[in-house]
Write a protein that binds this ligand. Structure first.
Ligand code: B12
Length: 347
């Protein structure tokens, strides 16, 4: 008998992880499995959506970082318990699953890893932030059929590009996935991955229809999209951009002068993150990346009572400073259009 995950299940599970109640959450998930819900559906329809919901609760400042960490830890234990209970004998190829360098979202990769393991793949899960050279030496030893690279934040796309190249250069094909590769994982295709999949279910189909022992195909898109070096130059200007924006913020909001060291550091981090997302958008040459980031940032800041005017001002500073970077200015203009009541500026 099979059963499906319902909204009530998700609400109950959210309450359990929200209380950090590891034992109850594990028992609950194992109980649902005993009632006929497949472990795959528990991962994809219970744990995954709950984790996304947790992300939204954090973004809206309804949950603290500590509460998110505790809940994520519980979900990791639940996945581990399900994985320990359900261990099919592998009857397909070997897949190495790794997060790209600097990518600390190991749980999305783990969810994907368990889902394909239950489909018969022999999975080697390497976890968070795997440095490219170490991944390559691992491949030499273990000779997998496919490397699955996971990226959850677009600021790690330059790492993803390097990893995809390094893996393909030793002849192993790459499957790319995770939210950092954008809608439909389209930036994975742009970076030259052999295959991409938008989510765990789509990945099952992609892997099943992929001939084993395929050789990496170097996509013509792999390097052709890097039309100029604007992203590199903007990365180099990052610290200066942040410093100028800090000064302009202090001129506009005198309270900034009285910030504690910690407040100043946090603001500089946020300003730096704007530059990082801008660079990621320039790297894949897609304004949608920065546009989506600015929308998200406005939600995060509004929930913390930071006026959208602040974002507008910072984007304006970057726009002025980057006067000789036409692509960066186009991304900044597109971003500014996402700011509620942001000024509508010409490129
Ligand atoms: C938990 C969490 C963390 C934890 C991660 C711990 C861990 N063990 O994983 C920690 C604290 C490390 C973290 C850090 C950060 N996080 Co975080 N995090 C989350 C959160 C709440 C849940 C992650 C999760 O468990 N996802 C599980 C499921 C939901 O992910 P999923 O993508 O659907 O996974 C599926 C597919 O993507 C696919 N898949 C995954 N990998 C692969 C690989 C292949 C090959 C394939 C085919 C498919 C595939 O399969 C999965 C199953 O279907 C998310 C919210 C969210 N929406 O994901 C934010 C989120 C991803 N984080 C976010 C941010 C901003 C950050 C930080 C920058 C915060 C900060 N200021 O420091 C840092 C970045 C760290 C870094 N460089 O990696 C943002 C990203 C926003 C954006 N614009 O991109 C999110 C969306 C939160 C939010 N709502 O704003 N985070």
């Amino acid at each position: 008998m099979t059963a499906a995950v319902t909204t009530e299940h998700r609400e109950h599970y959210l309450a359990l992880v929200g209380h950090g109640d590891e034992a109850a959450a594990v028992d609950y998930a194992l109980g649902l499995a005993e009632c006929g819900v497949s472990p795959r559906d528990l991962v994809l329809d219970l744990i995954g959506p709950t984790q996304r919901r947790i992300g939204d609760l954090w973004a809206r400042d309804e949950w603290s970082v500590a509460q998110e960490h505790a809940a994520t830890h519980v979900s990791e234990q639940v996945v581990a318990a399900l994985a320990a209970r359900h261990r099919p004998r592998p009857d397909r190829g070997v897949v190495v699953v790794a997060c790209v360098d600097g990518e600390w979202h190991a749980l999305p990769a783990r969810l994907f890893a368990e889902v394909i393991r239950w489909d018969g793949w022999d999975v080697r899960f390497l976890g968070a932030s795997v440095p490219g050279p170490h991944l390559v030496s691992y491949l030499h030893r273990h000779g997998p059929d496919v490397v699955a690279v996971s990226c959850s934040v677009p600021t790690r796309l330059t790492s993803a590009h390097r990893v995809i190249q390094a893996v393909q250069d030793v002849g192993v094909p790459v499957l790319a996935g995770g939210g950092g590769f954008g809608p439909g994982a389209r930036w994975g295709t742009k970076l030259g991955a052999d295959r991409v999949a938008a989510d765990g279910r789509a990945a099952l189909e992609v892997l099943r229809s992929w001939p084993l022992r395929a050789v990496a195909e170097v996509s013509p898109l792999r390097d052709s999209f890097v039309s100029d070096d604007e992203h590199v130059l903007v990365v180099k200007r990052g610290a200066q951009l942040v410093a100028v924006a800090m000064d302009r913020l202090a001129d506009r909001f005198p309270a900034v002068h009285g910030y504690t060291a910690a407040q100043r550091e946090a603001t500089e981090y946020d300003l730096g993150q704007i530059v990082e997302f801008l660079c990621a958008g320039l790297f894949v040459d897609d304004v949608e990346l920065f546009r989506a980031f600015v929308s998200w940032l406005c939600v995060v800041l509004a929930s913390r009572r930071v006026p959208p005017e602040t974002v507008d001002l910072v984007l304006d500073v970057y726009h002025d400073e980057l006067f000789d970077f036409p692509r960066a200015r186009a991304h900044l203009v597109a971003g500014r259009r996402q700011v509620p009541a942001g000024r509508q500026v010409a490129a």
